[in-house]
Design a binder for this molecule. Structure first.
Ligand SMILES: [Zn+2]
Length: 230
């Protein structure tokens, strides 16, 4: 479980993981850019910042991972061909962030925490560098990289490579401004405020991606993801 960050980095790099990914809502992503740090859901909540509720929030609190920062070894939207439930903004970060995460420990889940009920610690988390080398699979959605005991704040400035923004193809009912353009502008402004200069790309979806249907099928949630009332 408590594997050194160097060993986690080496094991994942050996499996071909070059980048890690973190998806979030537009407003939370803007906050991250202004501060130059990813924040755990617990930290965002504690700071009184808005975030879209997730089904997994109570589970995260129950298992003591509410103040941990989660990342994936692949871009889930691209791999799964659906809208990432954590949000339309994807941060692409260099895997070296793991090695140099000096503020805490890096753990890797074996199972998604939503499946932890009744499972042992060894079934939930990778327990050694050997375990990781043998069983880590790039792109397995259950296997998440978790920055633990970092105070819920993970500075990323030197490691952020690019930001990918989804286009839900929806306009506001009030004034017909499209969500994508508004989100793009908000992210750009936050990058300027945070002195971050990386490419901000419109997502190019894989063939048969369902994200536009996903976004348009749940307009209340999509609105929260793009322009929450605060
Ligand atoms: Zn898509």
């Amino acid at each position: 479980m408590d594997i050194s960050s160097e060993q986690v980095y080496e094991a994942l790099a050996a499996k071909g993981v070059a980048n890690i990914h973190h998806a979030n809502s537009v407003i939370t992503a803007c906050q991250f850019l202004r501060t130059g740090s990813l924040m755990s859901r617990g930290t965002v909540d504690r700071n009184g910042l808005f975030q879209t509720k997730q089904a997994s929030d109570d589970i995260d609190k129950k298992y003591g991972i509410w103040f941990d920062v989660f990342a994936d070894s692949v871009d889930i939207h691209d791999r799964a061909k659906w809208a990432n439930k954590y949000g339309p903004v994807t941060f692409v970060l260099d895997i070296k962030l793991i090695e140099e995460a000096s503020t805490g420990r890096v753990w890797v889940t074996k199972l998604n925490p939503t499946k932890w009920e009744g499972k042992s610690r060894e079934e939930c988390w990778f327990s050694s560098a050997e375990d990781l080398k043998a069983y880590f699979v790039k792109g397995c959605f259950d296997q998440m990289i978790v920055f633990r005991h970092c105070g819920g704040i993970l500075p990323f400035k030197d490691y952020l490579k690019e930001i990918i923004l989804d286009n839900p193809k929806i306009k506001t009912e009030e004034d017909e401004v499209d969500y994508y353009s508004m989100a793009f502008g908000a992210l750009r402004l936050s990058m300027t405020e945070g002195r971050i200069d990386v490419p901000l790309h419109k997502r190019v979806c894989p063939p048969e991606c369902s994200c536009v249907a996903d976004y348009q099928g749940d307009r209340v949630r999509t609105r929260e993801m793009y322009l929450p009332k605060i």
